[in-house]
Design a protein around this ligand. Structure first.
Ligand code: C5P
Length: 298
């Protein structure tokens, strides 16, 4: 095998419960992830040397993506090679359909896809749990990229367990030409909660029930993101599109992860199209649905 391509999805947080900052600087999370149908593809090829190239599709601007050793995909390939004792450099190509620095875990999806692509290319006999552990070393959202679907995330987000989900949910995804740094959003969360006792987060039973029932209306009532106020503080201009989406009859509106991407839940695909037409002046609008599968070899 000389080349393997893997597709991996964007993630959104249906619930993002954030606890008090830990001594290591991370925050304990109780989050419910959902993988949605914005996807990136990673191709790993046997190369003479380590190399990385990147393109975007569906209007994704990749000009800010680092192509050096700091790129999470290249770090993923090198980590797997060193742990598995592989001495075969790969050339990686990322074709990104997930907006960059948007709170959609686009870099994490690349890393998850790279782990699976390289494990397949190198014909490694590696257990899913071991691949997930490597993924967790790379970043809090990377293990979820391997699993997809709807899932609970604990620890700093890296401990993932599937949640039964009977539904299909249609989302309007509004992205902007600016990003929000994840560490900056968490730092703002700490600032906003300074001097207060931040409770240990939990995933609400009502959310698990809404997913088991496959009900978009029930889900709309329980969507929540503890980083939402922090991100709004950093980017107050997000308030306007969020309320415009509700005015346009979205069932719910919230910031995705650390933002700035805004998510609007719709009744169905037609309703999503209708909501989307009211949001085009604010940024780039995409329609997506979830849950979708995690990293998959094409
Ligand atoms: O794990 P990841 O590399 O995605 O995290 C990026 C940054 O986000 C961390 O350096 C940290 O500042 C913040 N973070 C956090 N608590 C988490 C996840 C991320 O504070 N659970």
């Amino acid at each position: 095998m000389a080349e393997v391509t893997v597709q991996a999805p964007a993630k959104i947080n249906l619930h993002l419960g954030v606890g008090p900052v830990r001594p290591d600087g991370f925050h304990p999370l109780a989050t419910a992830y959902q993988a949605i149908s914005l996807t990136s593809r990673v191709t790993a090829r046997d190369g003479g040397d380590w190399a990385l190239t990147c393109t975007g599709h569906d209007g994704v601007d990749v000009s800010g993506v680092p192509l050096d050793d700091t790129n999470l995909a290249l770090r993923a390939a090198r980590l797997l090679a060193s742990r598995a004792g592989v001495e075969r450099p790969v050339a990686l190509h990322l074709d990104k359909g997930i907006p960059v620095a948007g709170g959609l875990a686009g870099g994490s999806a690349d890393a998850a896809a790279t782990l699976l692509a390289c494990a397949t290319l190198w014909e490694l006999d590696i257990a899913a749990a071991d691949l997930a552990a490597l993924a967790g070393e790379l970043g809090s959202d990377v293990p979820f990229g391997l699993v997809g679907g709807s899932a609970a995330g604990h620890g700093r987000g890296e401990l993932v367990t599937p949640i039964h989900d009977a539904g299909r949910y249609d989302w309007v995804v509004l992205t902007f030409d600016f990003g929000v740094s994840t560490p900056a959003a968490y730092a703002e969360f700490d600032r906003l909660h300074a001097g207060t006792a931040v409770p240990v987060p939990e995933i609400p039973a009502a959310l698990v029930e809404a997913l088991a029932n496959g009900s978009a209306r029930e889900l709309a009532d329980v969507l929540a993101n503890d980083l939402h106020p922090a991100t709004l503080q950093l980017r107050p201009e997000l308030a306007e599109p969020l309320s415009a989406g509700l005015d346009a009859s979205a069932l719910a509106a919230l910031v995705s992860g650390s933002g700035p991407t805004c998510l609007f839940l719709a009744e169905d695909r037609d309703h999503a199209d209708k909501v989307a037409t009211q949001l085009t002046t604010y940024g780039r609008v995409r329609i997506a649905h979830g849950p979708v599968t995690g990293a998959t070899v094409l």
